[in-house]
Design a protein around this ligand. Structure first.
Ligand SMILES: *Cc1c(COP(=O)(O)O)cnc(C)c1O
Length: 402
């Protein structure tokens, strides 16, 4: 294959074999973007009267609800806490099953277990790695209560098909949008597409509060349950007690301390103002990857569907292993040696030892796992960085060509 060779050849010995790396220091796959105004926002809180459960919490929640088109938003201490709170709000418990895609972070499934329920794993579409509505339909049984859609990589799922299934079977449709803050589906922002939607503010996500999470809701009854859950399921928080001139509260259900503090909420509010800029940068970088990779044989980016905007939390490609003499693990190691911080998202959750006994297989996700790589993408990355990643990919694929 003369043309394939010509397209891949960059020359030079691989860094993993002692050659000169494409980059002298590691380009991470993701990282936060923090500016002086973000820092100033946190410092202002440190000088104020409230370090936690003060005015910054409400401000951040109201701004977040406005950006996502939701009725209300409830902040919590992480995306995982948000998933747990969502399961509590829906009253998931022992005997209940919740369908989740296997191609996700383990927290999506674990949250069902925290609430006493059982996750059931659905397979994904081969081109997008988004939850496959046909696989969801096939997993529904007498104990199924809900479906959690995961907007893998930052692209919204097929919400029309999923909500048809949910309505038909009387199930709740929920979203894990930890990848897709800032994306939209048929003109509507992620956050108002289902009854409850979960977000994470971990440093690699679209905006950060160091650790943090949010649940957006379409119904204020759910918001009340979420607010109580993050505060030990007390029926009155400190502000309500102060307003009523009483110390008394009651606890009728088991709750947690999942509160997000005012320093974090001030940072979140400052970050939220930059969300359009951050997503715009990610989309521009993805566009450059698309252009450059169109010319690299054996590397296929995930398909992008119509009627959506994509938040590009991840830029995932699939390798044509038949064209290589090595497996994905060797390509990963060689790229790391070239200074490219590639990653893998994810080992399908049903393959984790914790879920050894889960029923149903997910062959599409399992096959995709063997071939996938996440390439670096974050707002402060440059177009030159993108070119370095593609140069390193071509160098490694040429060296390992069959
Ligand atoms: C990041 C992430 C989570 C967990 O969020 P944390 O804030 O790290 O707890 C859950 N689901 C998905 C899909 C994620 O990417």
């Amino acid at each position: 294959m003369q043309t394939t060779r010509a397209k891949l050849e960059v020359g030079g010995q691989l860094a993993i074999d002692g050659g000169k790396p494409v980059r002298s220091s590691l380009l991470p796959y993701g990282r936060q973007t923090i500016a002086e105004d973000d820092i100033a926002a946190v410092v202002r809180v440190l000088r104020s009267d409230w370090l936690t459960t003060g005015p910054a919490v409400t401000e951040f929640e109201q701004a977040f609800a406005a950006v996502t088109g939701a009725e209300s938003a409830v902040s919590v201490s992480s995306g995982t806490a948000a998933l747990h709170a969502m399961m509590h709000a829906l009253r998931i418990g022992p005997g209940d099953e919740v369908i989740v895609p296997t191609m996700t972070f383990a927290g999506t499934a674990n949250a069902v277990r925290f609430a006493g329920g059982q996750p059931v794993f659905a397979d994904v579409d081969a081109a997008t790695l988004l939850i496959d509505p046909d696989s969801v339909a096939a997993r529904i049984g007498p104990r199924t209560r809900a479906i959690v859609a995961v907007d893998y990589a930052g692209q919204p799922c097929d919400y029309d098909a999923l909500s048809d299934i949910a309505q038909d079977k009387g199930l709740a449709l929920l979203s894990d949008a930890c990848h897709s803050l800032g994306a939209s589906y048929r003109g509507n922002p992620v956050g108002c597409l289902t009854a409850m939607t979960v977000f994470s503010f971990h440093p690699v996500k679209a905006i950060t509060t160091a650790e943090g999470g949010m649940v957006t809701v379409s119904d204020n009854g759910l918001a009340d349950r979420l607010r109580a859950f993050r505060n030990h399921c007390m029926n009155a928080d400190h502000q309500i007690r102060a307003a009523n001139g009483t110390w008394a509260y009651e606890i009728a259900e088991l709750g947690w301390n999942y509160r997000l503090n005012d320093m974090q909420c001030a940072l979140g509010l400052s970050q939220l103002g930059k969300l359009p800029e951050f997503i715009g940068k990610r989309q521009a970088l993805a566009g450059r990857y698309d252009e450059l990779l169109a010319d690299v044989p054996g590397v296929t980016p995930l398909a992008v569907l119509a009627e959506r905007t994509h938040a590009y939390h991840l830029y995932v490609v699939q390798l044509d292993l038949d064209a290589l003499t090595v497996d994905r693990g060797a390509v990963f190691a060689a790229l790391r040696a070239e200074g490219i911080g590639v990653n893998v998202h994810y080992l399908p959750v049903h393959r984790q030892p914790l879920y050894r006994d889960a029923r149903g297989s997910c062959p599409v996700a399992e096959a995709a796992y063997e071939r996938m790589l996440s390439l670096p993408i974050f707002p402060t990355m440059t177009m030159t960085d993108v070119e370095d990643v593609v140069t390193a990919l071509r160098k490694v694929l040429y060296a390992y060509r069959r």
